[in-house]
Design a protein around this ligand. Structure first.
Ligand code: PEP
Ligand code: MG
Length: 848
């Protein structure tokens, strides 16, 4: 199938035109690539973007390029020069919107490049006919439009060819058809010979045979081996081939007009039947149809990420800025060579982060591409290097050069060029953040935060007393930022698509973090419905909270420990308030993030001790530093990795930097002397890793200090080898977030794979079953991934033998309430059936 490229000065115009064309396609995929605007707000065209779009659109059958005004044409021409490789490209002079729609419908029907170009070039015929300008411009109308009008463009009865029919065959069939059927304005005059089918029908669509029903008509006869013509008996207009959207529009068929359809060919009767059936169905248009909302820019739509109803005025993140007037650079090295190394490392981390963002950015990817170019700008780098060589620190040298560049751009008269100063400053700040370890600070505001994505540090900094909800354009429910948002109890939906970023500040937003429902600017009835649901949920939570302090015991007397996943002191207090039996997972990495160097032993001891004290006698299970993956640390030099989630993370990293592990275990040991404490190692894959970590532990923590020791089971191989680990640990805690991503080969931060990464997939359940069976009688088994907080998962996990669920503090009362409703015998039966299912959906369908 041929591809289409839409080149416009306006991002919004091109996307809207493509969405409109998409409306006509009736689930028939056509590749429409867009190269429009210099960014979402700035008008302009970019030849590089056009050439990339052409390459992306070409599946081997050629590409039709439609352009709007002036320099769009110049950019498209330049793009042809920039284009690498062998591509058949046609620049088409058709009107942008009408041409795009006609081309899309024609391409969906399997037409070749010439045919699609001709269709697009004829796209004005309908309008011209209607308005009387160039009335009757049937054959060849628009054919003078230049590049796009190829041979046969608009050739009267020349359409109706089946997909794949050659140009020569098509011309031959048109001639045959013209002999057999002749339109005389009052109907088709049919020659004696030839298998011709005919029928009449009345158009009863309120707006006549406009673009959408006409597109349905084109689709209905697509693929048939007949030529089909239509004429308007009411006005005499015609004939129009049923395969041509633009020619059908020229029939000017309004509501109440009588049309005649005639077909010739092997399946002529079927063709006519299809047209009649479609007309009887009002061309699949609902009466009083209102425009459907165009699909969101990307992703699968909002995904539920943190339960609860969120309502409030929207606000967006203000870009944090580094102030270099009062500047300290805590990581500064002694020598210029050391500073060069720090700079190179910081730039390569920013580049890796931009790479990651580009993949998930959809329509925003162009912005990140521009940022990457700036990072590689040799002029900039040379200037920074000379400042460093002269003794300036990397951070100040970098800031100085980029500030000067931005100031120069600020002075230019051209608005577009001036706007590029913002890119320069964004890149400046990203590299400075890496160099200095200072996270861009996020100041919470009242209402619903709408953002592209959040870093874990930003999510952790949100104030739940102010932020009533979160809507992320990107992100996924198991990304670390979503987990932290859940821990704060802030309702959230993620993966909502980049269009949500257009929400104006102060616009009311309503969301349901349990179902993923999201309404921007709801009308009063919808708002009342959301408010009602919020009140009902609050009642349910209040009722669960009353009993939260009591143990969670199933109906048949099995006690399930419901623990808290915490990161800081506020979480620890929330855990106690919500009735946690213990803290089953302390994500200690938060203490290490957003700073220039690792916390000292004393600092760590103080932090862990404060948590233990807040937990007031409840056990505290501290997970050793789990960074790498989507949580890089600025002061740990790590070579860039193509797949950080499959790279040096968790225990792999701390064993590679044993001083970090040693310090952390020392601090943990000191607290364990006075409080009930456990230690847990993340991302363990080999027994040797555990034994080495235990060896370091034994060197820094005296034998007589009681300390529970466990590992996280996050790697499928570890789950399968549980028997090898079980005698070396007190407990195993299954991290279903990572276990699911690795078992399903579905990255946890990738919103488009959200439905694949379901921990209730039987493949994941089999791994949990293996862990549970192999550990029985040897080590305790807990689940601390997000699955533990899913009320639907609780009976399955219990049935698989899991007796500890560690969840975000706000989920504790509801999980305890759910456990109290369960019966372990029924749970076991349910789990046994779940293991025989073939999908998570099937498992979920079993759950009462
Ligand atoms: C997990 O992987 O399930 C887990 C609890 O660890 P984290 O989400 O911090 O990677
Ligand atoms: Mg994990």
């Amino acid at each position: 199938m041929i591809g289409i490229v839409a080149v416009s000065h306006s991002h919004t115009l091109a996307h809207a035109a493509a969405a409109l064309a998409g409306e006509m396609l009736h689930e028939q995929p056509v590749r429409i690539e867009i190269a429009a605007g210099l960014d979402e707000q700035t008008f302009g065209t970019d030849a590089v973007a056009v050439s990339e779009a052409i390459a992306a659109a070409d599946s081997g059958d050629g590409v039709l390029v439609l352009m709007d005004l002036g320099s769009a044409v110049l950019s498209a021409e330049l793009a042809l020069e920039l284009l690498a490789g062998d591509h058949r490209v046609r620049l088409c002079a058709a009107p942008f919107v009408e041409g795009l729609i006609a081309a899309a419908v024609s391409a969906a029907g399997g037409a070749d490049l010439d045919e699609v170009a001709a269709e697009a070039s004829n796209a004005l015929v309908g309008k011209q006919t209607h308005l009387g300008a160039g009335a009757g411009a049937g054959a060849g109308a628009g054919a003078g439009a230049g590049a796009g009008a190829g041979a046969g463009a608009g050739a009267g009865a020349g359409a109706g060819s089946a997909p794949g029919t050659s140009e020569r065959e098509k011309v031959q069939r048109a001639a045959d058809l013209a002999r057999e059927i002749e339109w005389n304005g009052r109907g088709f005059a049919v020659a004696e010979s030839g298998p011709v089918s005919r029928a009449e029908f009345i158009v009863d669509n309120p707006h006549g045979l406009h673009a959408r029903p006409a597109a349905r008509l084109v689709g209905a006869v697509r693929g048939l081996d007949s030529s089909v013509l239509l004429g308007n008996l009411t006005t005499g207009a015609g004939p129009a081939p049923a395969s041509s959207l633009s020619r059908l529009a020229a029939l000017g068929a309004l509501a109440g007009h009588r049309l005649e359809v005639a077909a010739t060919g092997a399946d002529a009767a079927e063709a006519v039947d299809r047209v009649l059936a479609l007309a009887a169905r009002h061309f699949d248009e609902a009466p009083g149809l209102v425009a459907e909302v165009a699909p969101v820019a990307r992703g699968t739509g909002p995904l539920p990420a943190s339960p609860g109803i969120g309502i409030g005025p929207s606000w967006q993140l203000a870009a944090a800025r580094f102030d270099t007037t009062d500047f300290d650079d805590p990581g500064r090295a002694e020598t210029p060579a050391g500073e060069r190394r720090r700079l190179d490392a910081a730039i390569s981390r920013v580049r890796a982060e931009i790479d990651r963002l580009r993949v998930t950015a959809g329509t925003e990817a162009g912005i990140f591409a521009a940022h990457q170019v700036l990072l590689d700008d040799t002029e900039v780098l040379d200037a920074v290097h000379s400042r460093i060589a002269a003794g300036t620190g990397a951070a100040l040298a970098w800031a100085g050069v980029l500030d000067a560049g931005a100031a120069e751009l600020d002075r230019l008269p051209d608005e577009y060029q001036r706007a590029r100063a913002g890119d320069l400053r964004a890149v400046r700040d990203q590299v400075l953040a890496e160099l200095t370890g200072r996270a861009t600070r996020l100041v919470s505001r009242a209402g619903v935060l709408v953002a592209a994505d959040l870093t874990p540090a930003q999510a952790a900094a949100l104030n739940p007393a102010q932020v009533t909800g979160i809507v992320l354009a990107n992100g996924s429910p198991t990304a670390h930022s979503a987990i932290l948002v859940r821990a704060h109890g802030i309702p959230a939906v993620v993966g909502a698509g980049t269009r949500v970023l257009e929400t104006g500040a102060g616009t009311t937003v309503a969301l349901d973090g349990q179902t993923g429902a999201l309404v921007i600017d709801p009308d009063p009835e919808v708002l009342a419905e959301f408010t009602e649901r919020a009140v009902a949920q609050q009642h349910q939570r209040d009722a669960a909270l009353v009993a939260a302090g009591k143990p969670a015991v199933t109906r048949d007397g099995i006690t399930v420990h419901v623990a808290a996943n915490i990161s800081d002191l506020a979480d620890a207090s929330a855990a106690v308030r919500n009735g946690a039996d213990l803290a089953g997972l302390v994500r200690t990495e938060l203490l290490f993030l957003g700073r220039a160097d690792a916390p000292s032993i004393d600092e760590q001891e103080q932090a862990y001790r404060a948590l233990a004290e807040a937990l007031d006698g409840r056990k505290l299970i501290l997970r050793t530093l789990d960074v790498g993956g989507d949580k890089p640390l600025p002061y740990i030099e790590q070579a860039p990795e193509a797949n950080p989630f499959l790279g040096v993370r968790g225990i792999r990293l701390t064993l590679a930097r044993p001083e970090l592990l040693r310090d952390q275990l020392t601090a943990i040991g000191r607290v364990a002397a006075d409080h009930p404490v456990g230690v847990m190692f993340p991302m363990v894959t080999q027994l040797a890793e555990l034994l080495e970590a235990r060896r370091i532990l034994s060197e820094v923590v005296p034998q007589n200090i009681p300390l529970d020791i466990g590992i996280m089971v996050e790697v499928p191989a570890t789950a399968a080898k549980t028997a090898a680990f079980a005698d070396h640990v007190d407990f195993l805690s299954i991290g279903t977030n990572d276990l699911t991503q690795y078992a399903m080969a579905a990255e946890r931060g990738n919103e488009s794979l959200g439905s694949l990464a379901d921990p209730l997939d039987p493949g994941v359940l089999h791994l949990i079953d293996t862990v549970s069976r192999a550990a029985t009688g040897r080590a305790r088994v807990a689940v601390c991934g997000e699955a533990a907080a899913d009320p639907a998962a609780a009976p399955v996990l219990l049935g698989l033998g899991v007796h500890e669920l560690s969840v975000g503090p706000p989920s504790i009362p509801l999980v305890k309430a759910a456990v109290r409703e369960l019966d372990s015998t029924s749970c076991r039966a349910l789990a046994t059936r779940a293991l025989t299912c073939s999908s998570a959906e099937e498992v979920r369908a079993l759950i009462p």
